[in-house]
Ligand binder design. Structure first.
Ligand SMILES: [Zn+2]
Length: 277
């Protein structure tokens, strides 16, 4: 796992094991807040860094959304209160319990986990909290998933964006228009850094370009799906649309990019078919 101090009392962790997924920590004078969790062994590393190196207990864990790679480590912070979107709570209870059970059958690693849904939730507007001198503003950031939220550290202009900001936008379970809207909102916040849900930190000077690139990609896949659907063999046409043709590189995210791209196309195709019924 990589660890970096992004600003005073603000830390970023990046997984070496799975898809460059991000987590964070904000340290106050008496306790710390964790933003998202990683794979089990890496979540334990985060915990020992905070408890042993910073000498602080973790009082809150914020989940940017319900996906396993961001929230299944909540159980490693049994004394913390979990905060998230109301939909994150519902999705963890309704879907992730069964998903964890299924995952545990195949992989003993998962047997040590327990789903712990947020108990402090919000739906709209923003949820504000203070950690030492820093003000945190949590607000809905849908697009990648309906329950997505981002966390703004106001004084530092650092945003933990969650998966609505990634090297390759990944829309499975999400909504394209919301995705574009949230990306535009994030681009307009006057940020110093964006901590993406996966991948490296985006610096101030790169924000405009990366946001535009993501929106261009989202529009391109939407157009590609509509074009494919007018053809006799839409699925074959879909599979022939490479990621490069939509403006992104296949080497992003350690080579996962092409797989995400393919899933994006199939998701949009299915969703459009359902709408036409
Ligand atoms: Zn996700």
């Amino acid at each position: 796992m990589q660890r970096e101090r992004v600003s005073e009392n603000v830390y970023w962790f990046q997984s070496d094991i799975y898809a460059q997924v991000s987590a964070g920590a904000i340290a106050g004078p008496q306790w710390a807040v964790v933003i998202d969790t990683l794979m089990p062994q890496e979540t334990l590393e985060i915990r020992s860094f905070i408890e042993q190196k910073l000498n602080l207990p973790v009082r809150y864990v914020i989940n940017t959304h319900h996906h396993a790679d961001h929230s299944w480590g909540n159980c490693f912070f049994p004394n913390a209160t979990v905060i998230g979107h109301e939909l994150c709570r519902q999705l963890l209870l309704n879907r992730s319990l069964a998903a964890l059970e299924a995952a545990s059958q195949d992989n003993p690693l998962y047997r040590q986990l327990k789903i712990v849904p947020p108990t402090i939730t919000f739906k709209e507007g923003s949820f504000n909290m203070k950690v030492g001198k820093k003000h945190l503003k949590l607000f809905p950031a849908p697009g990648h998933s309906s329950d997505g939220i981002s966390v703004l550290i106001e004084e530092d202009r650092i945003l933990f964006a969650g998966d609505v900001f990634m090297p390759v936008p990944f829309i499975v379970e999400g909504d394209l228009d919301q995705f574009i809207e949230t990306t535009n909102t994030i681009a307009s916040l006057g940020l110093e850094n964006i901590i993406q849900g996966h991948g490296d930190i985006i610096l101030r000077g790169e924000i405009e370009e990366k946001s535009k690139e993501n929106i261009t990609y989202l529009r391109a896949i939407s157009k590609a799906v509509r074009t494919a659907m007018r053809r006799k063999n839409p699925l074959e046409v879909l599979d022939s649309i490479g990621i490069e043709a939509c403006g992104k590189s296949r080497v992003l995210l350690g080579g996962l990019a092409s797989e995400l791209h393919k899933r994006n196309l199939h998701y949009l195709y299915k969703k459009t078919l359902e709408l036409e019924k």
